[in-house]
Design a protein around this ligand. Structure first.
Ligand code: FMN
Length: 265
């Protein structure tokens, strides 16, 4: 198994803690990086000053490498008529569950832009990962010039090839099993998405850069399987949600530290 990627990042174990906006905390990032994996701070919901403060906190608690993660989506065009039709469709379920008729205000997820890029240049994290493609070429070259290793997610072979051609240093092959947002950006048809077991070897064969497997990997057996498929590491999200350092709401019903997952294998 190649250690090229692990040595380039400077981590001991082939484990990337998935960035999870709203669910992964500074505590989780520090715990994973201190344990020899790569902790990832999801920045999609954070303002520049919050990113600065959280990175300062991470750096005060570990000198090991960590990853900052950003979204590169296109902002959707607001369509009030469509939103009204959704609310109408959901009204019966809201009534049944007694959750009221108004949705809580959700913060707008801003894509990576010039001001976030300036924060990245200032903080120069060892690794930056993107979801939903990559930022515009000018911004990407600024991130690379800051010395950051760049990763992004691919959900198809075509996306993986595109990311490699744009200069990604490693590709996260995100199989259909993955929790959270699917990082689709060239693909639009969800029926064309395949599982991790099928996607990883196809991406490994199609690109020359290291591949990180993501989706449905929860323990040592899964990591060994990912490495056997040619991946250099495994990126795991859902498995970390039950850890005491996870930031998920008690409403999710799994927040008790006593239910934290124990790696098996
Ligand atoms: C709650 C949750 C939030 C997520 N948020 C992000 C995110 O902010 N950025 C990102 O690149 N990936 C995000 N992901 C996807 C992960 O990077 C990864 O692809 C996925 O967790 C792997 O599958 P697994 O959950 O089965 O381990 C999220 C996943 C989960 C479960």
């Amino acid at each position: 198994v190649s250690r090229e990627l692990l040595d380039r990042i400077g981590i001991e174990h082939p484990i990337v803690q998935a960035p999870m906006a709203g669910a992964a905390t500074v505590e989780l990032v520090v715990a994973v990086s201190e344990a020899g994996g790569l902790g990832s701070l999801a920045c999609a919901l954070l303002e520049p000053e919050e990113i600065r403060a959280q990175v300062e906190e991470i750096r005060s608690r570990t000198s090991r490498p960590f990853n900052l993660n950003f979204f590169c989506h296109e902002l959707p065009v607001s369509d009030p008529a469509r939103a009204a039709r959704w609310r109408e469709r959901l009204a019966a379920y809201r009534g049944e569950l007694g959750v009221g008729s108004e949705s809580p205000a959700m913060p707008l997820l801003e894509p990576f832009d010039g001001s976030t890029c300036a924060v990245v240049e200032e903080l120069a994290p060892p690794v930056v990962s993107f979801h939903f493609g990559l930022p515009a070429d000018g911004l990407l070259s600024r991130v690379k010039s800051a010395g950051c290793l760049v990763l992004s997610s691919a959900t198809t072979v075509a996306e993986a090839r595109w990311l490699e051609q744009k200069g990604c240093d490693a590709i996260v092959a995100q199989g259909l099993e993955a929790g959270g947002h699917r990082g689709m950006f060239l693909a639009a048809d969800p029926t064309g998405q395949v599982g991790t077991l099928a996607l990883v070897p196809q991406v490994v064969d199609a690109v020359g850069v290291p591949v990180v497997a993501a989706g449905g990997i929860t323990d040592a057996r899964g990591i060994v399987a990912a490495l056997a498929l040619g991946a250099s590491a495994a990126q795991m999200g859902t498995a970390y949600l039950l850890c005491p350092e996870s930031g998920i709401s008690p409403l999710s019903g799994h927040s008790s530290p006593s239910r934290a997952t124990t790696p098996r294998g």
